[in-house]
Design a protein around this ligand. Structure first.
Ligand SMILES: C[S@@+](CC[C@H](N)C(=O)[O-])C[C@H]1O[C@@H](n2cnc3c(N)ncnc32)[C@H](O)[C@@H]1O
Length: 290
């Protein structure tokens, strides 16, 4: 089967009004074809995707002006992030191992969805045996077309669907594990994304999350922070997750670290750096669907 045939038979996107990229699904580069074929074969043997996924006016509700602005900033970030001295030599494998630890320890096998996976998903670097990974990200087309997707040499890039998570193409209770790292504070409608994750995750299944959080008093001054559509403090975010039908089984809140002396804060000296670590945090969670 050639690539075009493979794409046209990919089962997720049979809805009307979707772009050809969305109808086809997105292949991670390079060598993603086999992964997509595996995904297609497995999911038609034991379906996890909706046979029909019609476009509705409701689906467009996520495309608010503010979110689109955030997404433009997001795609610009990923286009140039490797040129930034802060990230040039970063080992994604080491970075993701640390995040996995901070979100509650080793990942489980099984069907695993990375919501808002971005171009350098954790599942392309830390993938236990027996995991069937796939991603969802509205910028998937940009990431694939501009060859921004990165993967460990001995791992195949996972298939990524180019859709927002406010309405997912998966069946109810069809996934073993969901991962959503540094994403909920970037979406258009966070409660709705949590409701979708709750719907597609199996009962008792685990969701891992991390978001940037802030001291309450500083949130009103963060209007210049374009990529983030939400600014929460740790407790607010926790309440949102619990209201979405999840039980917290692990949590960690740590001061945001800045890589001295490369950052502007570092150049300004120790005091502003110290202040920044008192107002900005990263909040990590492992939660269970109840
Ligand atoms: C800061 S990046 C994080 C990417 C990746 N999870 C990581 O940690 O490397 C945020 C990602 O969320 C995605 N995103 C924004 N809105 C979304 C939505 N409504 N549904 C799903 N993903 C979304 C963006 O396209 C972007 O790839």
């Amino acid at each position: 089967m050639n690539n075009a045939e493979l794409l046209s038979s990919f089962p997720i996107y049979v809805g009307d009004g979707l772009t050809p990229w969305q109808q086809a699904g997105i292949l991670a580069e390079p060598g993603g074809g086999k992964t997509l074929e595996d995904f297609r074969t497995l999911s038609s043997a034991d379906p996890i995707v909706r046979a029909h996924y019609p476009a509705t006016a409701d689906a467009d509700a996520v495309a608010t002006k503010r979110w689109q602005k955030a997404q433009r900033a997001e795609s610009q970030f990923w286009r140039t992030w490797r040129q930034n001295t802060l990230y040039k030599d970063v080992s994604l494998y080491d970075f993701w191992l640390e995040v996995v630890e901070k979100t509650g320890g080793p990942l489980a096998p099984g069907r695993t969805l990375d919501v808002g996976c971005g171009p350098v998903s954790v599942l392309n670097f830390v993938r236990p045996k027996g995991m069937q990974p796939f991603g969802l990200d509205p910028l998937a087309e940009v990431y694939a077309r501009e060859k921004l997707i990165e993967c460990r040499d001995d791992v195949r890039p996972m298939p990524i669907a180019g859709l927002p998570a406010e309405r997912m193409p998966f069946l109810d209770e069809s996934l073993d594990q969901v991962i959503c790292l540094n994403v909920l504070d970037h979406v258009s409608d966070a409660p709705r994304v949590l409701a979708e994750i709750h719907r597609v995750l199996k009962k008792d299944g685990y969701l891992r999350l991390y978001v940037h959080t802030f001291a309450s008093w500083i949130k009103r001054f963060l209007f210049f922070d374009t990529p983030h559509t939400y600014h929460w403090d740790h407790e607010e975010f926790k309440a949102l997750v619990e209201a979405g039908g999840f039980k917290i089984v692990h949590e960690l809140m740590e001061p945001k670290t800045f890589d001295l002396p490369e950052t502007l804060l570092g150049k300004l000296g120790f005091f502003p750096y110290w202040v920044a670590t008192k107002v900005a945090y990263t909040s990590y969670f492992k939660v269970q669907r109840v």
